[in-house]
Design a protein around this ligand. Structure first.
Ligand code: NIG
Length: 393
């Protein structure tokens, strides 16, 4: 065993060991970390000796954030489009073409450098597990390059060849590409497949075709559904048993019933909702119906250019009606569930003996401060698999 570290003086420890909703916060706790794992958790007064000791002096400790929806592999910038939107212009899926052109023009090194910079930025705000996706290449070589870049930066990667039909391509020709050679080219780098089921992107049957091709190739399913209207994406995600359906701004009662009857997680993206001026999803109704909710940043240059999970947690509490405990659970264990990673020894998003030492200290005595002191950077220190990643020692 390499050296062990005792983290003691924890004012409030949120473990997320409850599998449905947040209940327990321990006080005056300590934990011991070694070889990337948690070796011990308990009252500080009974903590065993370790090689090193870090006293967090009454601060709150919780699992690192699990950000399950980002698009970090891109070139260019869309701040002008954002500014026009804030002046009243509506968001449309077609803006994706701008980033596709800039992404194709960038070198792979540039793409990796941008994604790494954003990952580092996220880590500095407590994110210890990160998904990212392709979707700005949209030809075989560019998607393969994006997937390779993504895999070099993120923990898990999603193939989003079905983001839009790129300019100058026929729909049928493109779908054949996405479900055929493009899928084969990205397979070494990806674990999930996604499709944007929306007016201006892909309809329900096209989305089904893409997802089934991905499933046949061994990938887990994720869906961009009902972001800009009643697209049918949510119902399809529930029908196919997708791990996650993301956005969900427009939901009919039958959509909520379908979600409640299955196990698909709804991933809420509050920063995107604000940046596109879309109505917030009915988060409270979803929770009350028994649907599992995750929170993610959706970091991308078009609709949500933030890596800040604390901002998403605060917005979920202050504007979407979640309690602090529900929002923090959604950003950790709920998010882990949407990746199929909330159980077993390789689980993420919760702190338990034998599990990964992915954790963060807040410069605050309680997780309530994440919303109570909204806008104030509260991340104190972050450990990823037992290694301090922020601030660097
Ligand atoms: O999740 N909705 C589709 N994809 C991204 C936006 C992409 C873009 O506009 O560049 C999203 O919001």
């Amino acid at each position: 065993m390499n050296s062990t570290e005792l983290i003691t003086g924890i004012g409030e420890l949120t473990t997320q060991v409850e599998s449905t909703s947040p209940r327990e916060r321990l006080h005056d706790a300590a934990l011991v970390v070694g070889d990337g794992r948690i070796l011990w958790i308990g009252p500080a007064a009974r903590a065993p000796a370790a090689d090193h000791r870090t006293d967090v002096d009454g601060r709150a400790v919780l699992p690192g954030w699990v950000d399950t929806h980002t698009h970090l592999v891109f070139g260019g910038d869309r701040s002008a489009e954002f500014e026009a939107r804030m002046a009243g212009q509506a968001y449309a899926a077609g803006g994706i073409n701008t980033t596709v052109a800039a992404t194709r023009a960038a070198t792979e090194d540039q793409l990796v450098a941008t994604a790494q910079r954003l990952r580092h930025e996220a880590e500095g705000q407590g994110t210890t597990f990160l998904e990212t996706r392709t979707g700005y290449g949209l030809d075989v070589a560019s998607e393969a390059r994006s997937a390779r870049a993504a895999a070099s930066v993120a923990d898990v990667v999603t193939f989003l060849g079905a983001h839009i039909v790129p300019a100058g391509m026929g729909r049928r020709t493109y779908l054949d590409l996405v479900t055929g050679p493009m899928l084969q080219a990205v397979l070494p780098y990806v674990q999930f497949i996604d499709a944007f089921c929306e007016r201006g992107a892909f309809d329900v049957e096209e989305t089904r075709e893409v997802l089934l091709a991905g499933r046949a190739a061994g990938l887990g399913l994720r869906v961009h559904g009902n972001q800009l209207g009643f697209s049918g994406g949510v119902r399809l995600a529930a029908e196919l048993g997708a791990l996650s359906v993301d956005h969900c701004n427009y939901l009919e009662p039958a959509d909520i019933d379908a979600l409640a009857a299955g196990a698909t997680v709804v991933t809420l993206l509050p920063a995107c909702d604000l940046s596109t001026r879309q109505p917030f999803p009915p988060a409270r109704r979803l929770l009350d119906a028994g649907v599992t909710i995750a929170l993610a940043t959706n970091c991308n240059p078009g609709t949500s250019y933030t890596t800040s999970m604390p901002y998403c947690v605060a917005t979920a509490v202050l504007q979407m009606g979640l309690t602090v405990g529900e929002a923090v659970w959604a950003a950790t264990r709920g998010a882990a569930r949407s990746l199929g990673r909330d159980r077993g020894t390789d689980a993420i998003g919760s702190l338990f003996v034998g599990g990964r030492a992915d954790l963060q200290v807040l410069n605050a005595p309680s997780i309530s401060h994440l919303a109570y002191r909204v806008g104030v950077p509260l991340t104190g220190a972050v450990w990823r698999q037992g290694v301090r990643v922020a601030p660097m020692p």
